[in-house]
Design a protein around this ligand. Sequence first.
Ligand code: TYM
Length: 352
Amino acid sequence: MKETVLSGIRATGNLHLGNYYGALSKFVRMQDDYDSLFFIADLHALTTHPDPKTLHSNVKNILAEYLAAGIDPDKATIFVQSDVPEVSELYLLLNMHVGIGELMRTASFKDKARKQLGIKVDAAEGDIEREIIGTNSNKRVNAGLLTYPTLMAVDILIQKAHKVPVGKDQEQHLELTRRFARRFNSYYGVDLFPEPENFNFGDHAVKVPGLDGSGKMGKSEGNCIYLIDDEKTLRKKVMRAVTDEGPKEPNQPVSEPVNNLLTLMELTSAPEVVQHYRDAYANCSIRYGDLKKQLAEDILKVTLPIRERILDIQNDDALLARVTRQGAERARERAAKTLAEVREIMGIRKFY
Ligand code: TYM
């Protein structure tokens, strides 16, 4: 029997190269060999309060981007998270076995809480509580943000997935998912949930850097190249990417901004091209204008064909309806089975 792979992307905007290399390109390569489910996480998107007017179109964009990148609805189950209400019920049930402390210590929670409130969230539970209660503003860290990892674990466990292709930033959430699975199995003395692992084609998880010289590519960082970017926009972004003043002496370590561009190149360009620029840095002959032109060219080779398909598919409402209806049916059937097992295990029974 094929192993099950499941992954999702939040509906918070268009997909960028980080999403593509960290997740989507792996989905496409895995769909032939695995029992595959890929979804759009619209409930997770609610943790950061999107404008209700744009949420649905964000879901639609990502759906079109999945299909345009090559996920085939006849091979993989493609669905929208909120179309599977069983997920919400299991989220409630699993939360009974999740500690507030372990959620508060999650890096993504601390990061988002800091951004939302502008406060330092310490690892100690008491500290965050004091800080939150103490703030005199309408801003608050919502409970949905805290329990984000529970919901993500439920997405995975309800489908009994073995492999979860995600980027490096999601590995801590996967670690928690394994812990919750182990905990549930051992508390009830059952063997219900497999412990899921990340999946990479290379030997480590991918972290795609941004164009601004430091850190990862991310929607909230404003340093992204989107699959939907047109040629002119994309070239402009790459030509404006942060570099350094150039190597001062031979064989000096590559600076972070230049290394980021070389990392992007490793994802999109031929190995000899990357080597050429690494050598040019080492012998101080590198010209950043040439490097950027080459990089833009190679990224466009990947993104332009996808962009064209996105534009076609985005307007095909009949196709999008067909794909999500079929996906929801398949995903719900499996989810309902797992939920029934969990209810039984936890002692929830009916009188009628
Ligand atoms: P999201 O929308 O934040 O990210 C979607 C995927 O893109 C990857 N990613 C990156 N990979 C490498 N470099 C980057 N710069 C980069 N930026 C984003 C993320 O690692 C992720 O794989 N919590 C998930 C959504 C989710 C999910 C799930 C995933 C909800 N339930 C169940 C798997 C299984 C997320 O953060 O998505």
